[in-house]
Each structure stands twice: as C-alpha cells, then as structure tokens.
Design a protein around this ligand. Structure first.
Ligand code: XMP
Length: 516
C-alpha cells in the first residue's frame, strides 16, 4: 500500500534556496508535491506520473561549466511544466531560445507588466505587479512557439508560455510572499493549467499511514526514542495509534534538558495521550561522562554514545522487538543539490543514527513524507497542544552545548533557571512565534558586580534570539528593550550565580545559532 496520493506535482531542484518552499506552497494548496534532483531520469518521472512539473530556480548560469541540466525529454512528456528563474532560463536554452550570460545577478524586488491579458498563468492577477526577481542570465528570445507574456525594465522577457504544450516560464519567484500575486499564479498553474484537484489531506494520510504501519508490524513489537521534540513525538503517536502497546517509547533524561522537561514529556505523552512510555533517569550517568569535558564535539559524542548505551539496555528488556521508530522529516530525505553553508557539516548532529543497524532493527519513519508544518498540524490532530507543536527547536545534546566549558549538575541548574525566564518573558511579550529560536547560554566567564553592599564575582549569561526560515542562515532578533530589560533584571535577581546578562547581536553567518 502506498501513502502517495493519486496526484503529485514534481519539483526538480536546481539548487535554489527556495526549492522546498515551492513544494510546501503547493502542499498548502492541498496538492501533494515531491522534490527530486534536477537530473531525475525521464523513466523515473514517468513512474511518478506527476500532474505537473516545476523547474526550480538555481544560482548558476546555464553557461556555467557545472550548470545543472535536466533532460530535454522532460519538455515532451506531455506534462504541464513551469520553469521558475533558472528553470525558465534553462527552458529557453534547451528549447532553442536565446539566453545571454549576464555579468551581474539581479536579485530582489521588481515590477513586471503583464503583456498578455489572456494568459492562463496570469489570470486574475494585476496587469502591473510586484515580484521577487532573481536572474543571472537574460533571455533575449523566447523559444520557437512561445509567446512573451510579461516584461520588466531589467528583463524584457519576464514570462513566456507555449500554451499548446502547457509549458510556462517566469523570471521571478511565485513561492515567496514578496511576489504579490505569487499564490494566485501557483493556483492558476496547478488548478487552471495542470488540472490538479485540492485533495491532499493529512487526515487521509493519517488513516493510510496507520493501516500501513499495522500491516508492516503484524504482531511484533516496536520501540521509539522520544526526546520531547515535536517530530519524535508525532512519529511515535502515529505508531501508537496504529499498534497501541506493541509500541514502547523510551524517554531518557540525559540531565541536559530544559527545566521540568522530563516530567512534562511523560505527562504529555503517557498520562495525556496514553502512550506506553519507559522513562529512564540517566542524569548521573551523563554527568559522569561529561565531567571535565570542555570541547563541544566531545560533549556531543559522549552524549550520543551514552544515549545509545542507555537505549540499548532498555530495549533489551522488551521481547520480540523488530522495529525502531524515527521522526525523520521530508527535508532530511530530499537529496539536496543546494550548496549548503559550512554549518551543515561542522556539527555532528546527535540522533539515533547507526542505532537500527547496530541493533538489527528495521526503521519505521511515519512522517518522512511530511514537512515540518504538516507534522505540527498532524500533531494537533493527534492531540498535542498548540503550544507544544510550535516549540522552538532544541538540540539533541541539549543544554550541554549551551554551557560553555564544563557541564555539571550545578551549572545545568543555573542555565535551566535562566532559560526558563528568557522563554517566559518572550511568551508574555507575545513574541514566541515571531522568533525562530531563543535561549540562554552560560558563559565560562565570571565578572564583578555589586549586590547590596557586597562585591560579587559571578557568571555571565548570554541571551540569543534569532529569526530564520531554514536555520542555515539567521538574523538576530531585534528584541524590544523593555523585554530585554525584564529578562536581565529577573535573571540577575532570581537566578543564583548570575550577575551579568548580555544580548547576542550576531547573525549567521558568520556566527552560528548555538554558541558551541
Ligand atoms: P547552528 O548552531 O549550527 O544551529 O547554527 C543550527 C540549528 O541546529 C541546531 N543544532 C543542533 N541540533 N544536535 C541537534 O539536534 C546538535 O548537535 C545541534 N547543534 C546545533 C541548533 O539548535 C539550530 O536550530
């Protein structure tokens, strides 16, 4: 049985930072979409049988030595096609239009004039519209059979189409909100041109997934590691819905969680939603492994290894286990051609990687077709609270990478208390959803202060808050001064061991989001 709906839109990725956003926007319109690398073979495309194909943007020129090309055959499959930015330039290039390599990239806000008032792509959109443009190359002539449908001062051919073969190109990004009619254009393409139906539905997905899991598991047992994060919780809940107590979820308190987190996870999933959970208090074991360790990568490794050790011990107690649940999301599955920032490889992300092979388990990844937004929505349908599903991400190695220098129970407590205040004040100010990630960092620095008549020599604490869409780049959040003021006052007054608070105003790059 397949969970794939009947109608799929294929997005071919030419390396744009917006590729996944295109796929998400399509799903928002309730059409299922998948992302594949640009060179996906035509026979594989036929096997997917998409209702439409979108060629994404990309940073290259079609004349670059390593320029990504799709097969020319794609244009004669009889499948409606939309090329966006690089995707349009490539369409022009491969179908014998004229493309001129540009010396400079034009990027950002632009205005286009729609010249064809009967273009199905531009139906119900303004004649003059604001768009988010991006082009290196310039199209000098549309391919034979195409008509030019829009122009802008810097791109005389800003859109073209060959209606007979349902092939369209636009020199701007309809997927970003800066393109005022972008959403309407996507709808025009999906529903008006490609004949898609808005039928992608998470409720359906849930039902089909539950059946699929039941069939796959039979009468055997399944284990899951729940970390307290959204993805692992939703994955485990879906499996629990399918097989009940044949699933045992293992939750390990590694001593570097947020304040009250351990208790909350168990009460949310076990008492609240009836999941069968084994909670392990591993705090001492983890602190022993972390004693004297200052190097961030060593912390990550030790925590990862200890987690595996604890998890294996617990798993051994459960008979007849054949499967392990993992909360892998669609963005982890997409084979990306994007040029990623260095942080993608610098930090070894801690998860249960390697565990299934080591334990001879098969994987169940019930949310691997879903984007994060969809996992949140599904989480709510499965009974998780709104506040929980919108939580900021929390790293696997937890507070250990936010305590610079040695990690021990005492320093964890200082940071937990400060972190709680930071999040509490952000929530009170109604800023939690506006910020992508916020937290406190305990620095390995002491500074002088006065409290009453006493001179103090205590810890310095940093507050970090960032906004980002993909966590690959991020900007520091312009936190209102009164909110900063309340946080700082409360931390210095209420958290023993801190006498100075600073705010981090670095963006990523060149900094990273975490301090370690
Ligand atoms: P950086 O610091 O690389 O963080 O800009 C990007 C995102 O990744 C998270 N992060 C981690 N997540 N294990 C994780 O599970 C890790 O070791 C780890 N290090 C960073 C970070 O919180 C941010 O969301």
């Amino acid at each position: 049985m397949s969970v794939q709906p009947e109608q799929t839109v294929l997005v071919l990725d030419f390396g744009s930072q917006y590729t996944q956003l295109i796929a998400r926007r399509i799903r928002d319109k309730r059409v299922y979409s998948v992302v594949h690398p640009f060179d996906l073979a035509p026979e594989k495309i036929r096997a997917i049988a998409p209702k439409a194909i979108i060629l994404s943007g990309g940073p290259q020129s079609v004349y670059a030595e390593s320029a990504p090309y799709c097969s020319r055959e794609i244009f004669s499959l009889g499948i409606p096609l939309l090329g966006i930015c690089y995707g349009m330039q490539l369409t022009a290039y491969l179908l014998d239009g004229r493309v001129e390599p540009a010396t400079e990239r034009e990027y950002g806000r632009a205005q286009i004039d729609v010249d064809a008032n009967d273009s199905p792509l531009f139906a119900n959109t303004p004649a003059h519209q604001r768009v988010w443009a991006s082009h290196g190359d310039r199209i000098l002539a549309a391919p034979p059979g195409f008509t030019v449908t829009a122009s802008s001062p810097s791109a005389p051919i800003a859109a073209f189409e060959d209606r007979a073969r349902a092939c369209y190109g636009i020199q701007f990004h309809p997927e970003v909100t800066h393109s005022e009619a972008g959403s309407q254009l996507l709808e025009n393409f999906l529903f008006g041109i490609a004949g898609c139906e808005p039928s992608w539905d998470l409720g359906d997905f849930r039902r089909r997934k539950v059946e699929e899991i039941r069939e796959q598991v039979g009468d055997r047992n399944v284990i899951a590691a729940v970390s307290g994060g959204v993805d692992s919780s939703v994955a485990a809940l879906l499996v629990a819905e399918a097989i009940g107590d044949q699933l045992t979820a293992i939750f390990v308190d590694n001593g570097v969680l947020r304040k009250h987190e351990a208790m909350q996870v168990v009460s949310r999933l076990s008492e609240g939603l009836g999941m069968h959970i084994v909670a392990v208090d591993g705090r001492q074991r983890f602190y022993e492994k972390l004693a004297g360790v200052e190097e961030p990568e060593v912390k990550r490794k030790r925590i990862g290894n200890e987690f595996i050790a604890v998890f294996e011990e617990e798993a051994k107690r459960i008979p007849n286990v054949e499967f392990l649940v993992q909360g892998t999301l669609y963005p982890d599955v997409i084979e990306s051609v994007s040029i990623k920032g260095p942080s993608a490889v610098i930090k070894t992300h801690h998860n249960v990687g390697g565990l299934p092979e080591k334990m001879g388990l098969k994987l169940i990844e019930p949310v691997r077709e879903l984007f994060k937004d969809e996992v949140r929505q599904l989480g709510i349908e499965l009974g998780l609270e709104e506040e929980f599903v919108w939580r900021h991400p929390f790293p696997g190695p937890g507070l250990a990478v936010r305590i610079l220098g040695e990690v021990n129970a005492e320093r964890v407590e200082v940071l937990q208390n400060a972190d709680e205040i930071v999040i509490d004040e952000i929530r009170r100010a109604g800023l939690y959803r506006e910020i992508s990630q916020a937290f406190a960092v305990l620095l390995p620095v002491k500074s002088v202060g006065v409290m009453g008549d006493e001179r103090t020599y205590e810890n310095v604490l940093a507050i970090r808050a960032v906004t980002t869409t993909d966590f690959m780049t991020a900007d520091w959040f312009r936190m209102p001064h009164d909110v900063l003021d309340r946080m700082a006052r409360r931390i210095v007054n209420e958290v023993r061991g801190v006498n100075r608070v600073v705010y981090d105003v670095s963006s990523k790059p060149p900094s990273t989001i975490e301090w370690e």
